[in-house]
Design a protein around this ligand. Structure first.
Ligand SMILES: [Ca+2]
Ligand SMILES: [Ca+2]
Ligand SMILES: [Ca+2]
Length: 322
């Protein structure tokens, strides 16, 4: 009689425990244990998911209610530009409200001065319209870790009018920033061959440089199309982009585009970061894509900026070209 009563009680406790042990949290956490006579398992307090109910082991309830730690899928928040992966999809700050292919949270800066030989400026209106911050012009500022760490991507434009050269400490700061995940892109073709001095000093950290020979001058009004492209994330969908009076890319890295035997594009992964050299500056003039529908210039910029942006940061989908 007593024994039967005990069994009955155990059953009641088990039923109670099963009910109460239904945590609402993800059960990745600890052991929500109920060893008390009332059999009340600790439910999880986390988001999403379901804690496991208890088992009646030898008359003693051992619950495994979730101690929900908030990793439950579907419980994430809205992604915003705050350096945190708010929506738990594995990528930090991947926001692109306009679906234009430029991450709205992108932190990009330019060194030196914009070119003056064409119309428009990709780093002004075009980028401003596609990201929250636009591009910040650092011009001739001294390159330090503190300065560089504010940005994910830095593009060197005309460095020939800084009125100074870069120090070894600046080259070192740039090199360390790239190794830690930064994306560094260089342009050329603004001036006579002496313009290479400053940009080649910076590129020296990556055993890359521009050659001295000025190449592919315009034929009449039209830039010279670069037509040989190697498959790479930066060149995806690109078959033709114009150049005028550029300089060949040399040194370490994979050559991604050539024309008339000249190398125009070189890419290198350095540590966690990326270095990209283009042998001209006409790609910065947005007239090149409004006046040359046969060039895939906008797509090239979208590809390049995405590849230069650190992995798992601000990576958004590039829209299919029209
Ligand atoms: Ca995210
Ligand atoms: Ca975020
Ligand atoms: Ca955008």
């Amino acid at each position: 009689m007593q024994r039967s009563y005990a069994l009955q009680l155990a059953t009641v406790i088990f039923v109670l425990a099963s009910g109460c042990g239904q945590g609402s949290g993800t059960s990745t956490g600890g052991s929500g244990a109920s060893s008390s006579a009332t059999g009340t398992g600790q439910g999880g307090a986390g988001q999403g998911g379901a804690g496991q109910g208890g088992d009646n082991v030898g008359g003693a309830f051992v619950g495994s209610g979730g101690a929900g730690n908030g990793t439950g899928g579907g419980g994430g928040g809205t992604e915003v530009c705050d350096g945190i992966d708010n929506d738990n999809d594995g990528t930090i700050d991947n926001v692109d409200v306009g679906n234009d292919g430029i991450c709205d949270c992108l932190r990009i800066a330019t060194l030196g001065l914009a070119g003056v030989w064409g119309n428009g400026d990709v780093f002004a209106s075009w980028l401003d319209a596609r990201s929250d911050n636009g591009a910040v012009s650092l011009n001739d500022q001294v390159l330090t870790k503190d300065l560089l760490d504010k940005y994910q991507v830095i593009v060197a434009q005309n460095l020939s009018e800084l009125g100074r050269t870069y120090s070894a400490a600046e080259v070192e700061a740039l090199s360390e920033w790239v190794k830690a995940g930064g994306g560094f892109m260089t342009l050329i073709g603004y001036a006579d061959p002496t313009e290479r001095t400053n940009v080649n000093t910076l590129l020296g950290a990556f055993a890359m440089s521009y050659g001295a020979q000025q190449i592919l001058p315009k034929n009449g009004e039209a830039t010279i199309p670069v037509t040989n492209w190697v498959t790479h994330p930066v060149t995806n969908g690109v078959t033709r982009i114009g150049v005028d009076n550029g300089y060949p890319v040399e040194g370490t890295g994979q050559t991604l585009a050539t024309e008339q035997g000249y190398d125009l594009l070189k890419a290198q992964e350095v540590g966690s970061g990326h270095v990209l050299m283009w042998g001209d500056e006409w790609i910065t003039y947005d007239s090149e894509w409004t006046e040359h529908p046969e060039y895939q210039l906008e797509l090239f910029w979208l590809n390049a900026i995405k590849w230069l942006t650190p992995a798992k940061n601000c990576q958004v989908t590039i829209p299919t070209p029209n």
